[in-house]
Each structure stands twice: as structure tokens, then as C-alpha cells.
Design a protein around this ligand. Structure first.
Ligand code: URA
Length: 197
């Protein structure tokens, strides 16, 4: 699909999510956060869980602390952030009773999944990278997936190649074992990208 057509279809899809009154729970923000980045040809598509407060403010995914960690992991394998597409399973910020960010619930993930699948059909990725268990469990339809085993593994599902790694949250990034596991998964990504398509 030509890039202009992809852009049109993405806008159409995002409009459909905004118009779906069942998509957004009562304890989610009202600001829609679309995916962002390059979708020329067959891009690499990163999928997080849901926007946080920083992402809601800037209406863009992974622009806060986790985004800075993602940028660093990409920089270490020589891939500019602008060269990839970054999106989230859920496109609104889920919040707790005290107003903090929270992970999407399994039910919220289930409601978001058909739209994410549609987004991936439009993007035609060369490789999908699931950042954290929320998107991995939803895309691979495996509620019992464990990151200890899944990190760095490439799965095949829906005709897609799906690499799973830890979410680059500040919490995970501070734990040396998890940080090393992320670096290993990203170095696998770097090797794949250095091979001819
Ligand atoms: N965490 C996510 O999963 N997504 C974002 O966009 C930011 C932080």
C-alpha cells in the first residue's frame, strides 16, 4: 500500500476509535493518543500498553521517561526513533482512583485489540516489537505469557513476526537484569534490521 493511502486509512481508523463509545472506560482520560512515526514501506512497529500523563499532554506515544529509555535502546543499535512507528494497544490514558497512570485491564485490552489488528494491517510491518506484557498477551492471545521466558523471542501470529521485550519503564530500566534483557532483545532487532529484506 502506498504511504499516502496508509496515512488516510490510519486517520480513518483513529476516527473510528474516537467514535466508538465502548472503547474508552470511565477511568480513562479523554485525550486520544494516536501512533506516530514512519510507516513507509514495511516499518518496524513498537507497541506499548497505553499512554501516560506525558503522552496525554503531548498527544504522542512514548514521549515521557519510558520514551527516553526507548530512544536510548534504539540509539544503542543505531536506529533513529524517526525511522520506526510507535503506538499503543490502548489509545487513552487509564488512571487509578488517585489519578495515577495504570496498565489497561484485560477487558480494556480485549476491546482495543480489533483496532490494533486493523492498525497493523494498514501498517504492514516488517517486524512488530511488543513493549511489555499487555500488548504481547493481547496480540499473541496468551494470558499466561511470562516475560522471563518471552523476552527476546520472535513469535509468529496473524502472519506477523512479533518480538517481545520488557516495557522500558523507569522501574524496569533500573533493574540491571531487565535492562540487560532489553538490550539483548534490541540487539536481536538490530541484527534483523541489518539483514536484507
Ligand atoms: N508507556 C506506554 O506503554 N506507552 C506510552 O506511550 C508511554 C508509556
Amino acid at each position: 500500500m502506498e504511504t499516502g493511502e496508509k496515512a488516510r486509512r490510519l486517520q480513518h481508523l483513529y476516527e473510528a476509535i474516537r467514535n466508538d463509545s465502548t472503547y474508552r472506560s470511565a477511568d480513562m482520560g479523554t485525550v486520544f493518543v494516536p501512533g506516530r512515526g514512519s510507516f513507509e514501506g514495511r516499518p518496524v512497529v513498537f507497541i506499548g500498553e497505553a499512554p501516560g500523563r506525558d503522552e496525554e499532554r503531548q498527544e504522542a506515544p512514548f514521549v515521557g521517561a519510558a520514551g527516553r529509555n526507548l530512544n536510548e535502546l534504539l540509539r544503542d543499535i543505531g536506529v533513529p526513533r524517526e525511522a520506526v512507528f510507535v503506538t499503543n494497544l490502548v489509545k487513552y490514558r487509564p488512571f487509578t482512583s488517585t489519578g495515577d497512570n495504570r496498565n489497561p485491564t484485560p477487558e480494556e485490552s480485549r476491546r482495543a485489540l480489533p483496532y490494533l489488528n486493523e492498525e497493523l494491517v494498514i501498517l504492514t510491518p516488517r517486524l512488530v516489537v511488543c513493549l511489555g506484557l499487555s500488548s504481547a498477551k493481547a496480540l499473541l492471545n496468551d494470558r499466561s505469557l511470562k516475560m522471563g521466558q518471552a523476552n527476546g523471542t520472535i513469535f509468529t501470529g496473524h502472519g506477523l513476526q512479533i518480538l517481545v521485550t520488557y516495557h522500558p519503564s523507569p522501574y524496569n530500566y533500573r533493574i540491571p537484569g531487565k535492562r540487560e534483557a532489553m538490550a539483548e532483545a534490541f540487539s536481536k532487532l538490530g541484527k534483523i534490521l541489518s539483514e536484507p529484506q
